[in-house]
Design a protein. Structure first.
Length: 88
């Protein structure tokens, strides 16, 4: 039986829980806008200001995506910040 290797996310893309750490999933812009409720222009503005996860260029050079774990972490941070401000 051939040996298998497990690919782990880089430290900068740490997953929020152990089940996500074992799988890497890229999400494209349409899904990111749907899940966050933000238009692409706002996502790019927040990325430029360092307030949203950076996108990753996929093979071929034109397509971009985000790590699902990064988007999940960002959404969780938004919930926590909102709760701490008494909005939830």
């Amino acid at each position: 039986m051939p040996a298998t290797t497990q690919i782990r996310p880089k430290e900068t893309h740490a997953a929020s829980n152990s089940s996500i750490q074992n799988q890497i999933r890229f999400v494209r812009k349409k899904e990111v806008t749907h899940r966050t409720g933000l238009p692409s222009s706002t996502i790019y503005d927040l990325m430029n200001r360092g307030l949203f996860p950076k996108s990753i260029k996929l093979a071929g050079g034109k397509a971009i995506a985000w790590l699902e774990s990064d988007i999940e972490s960002w959404l969780q941070q938004c919930l926590e910040q909102s709760a701490s401000q008494g909005a939830v």
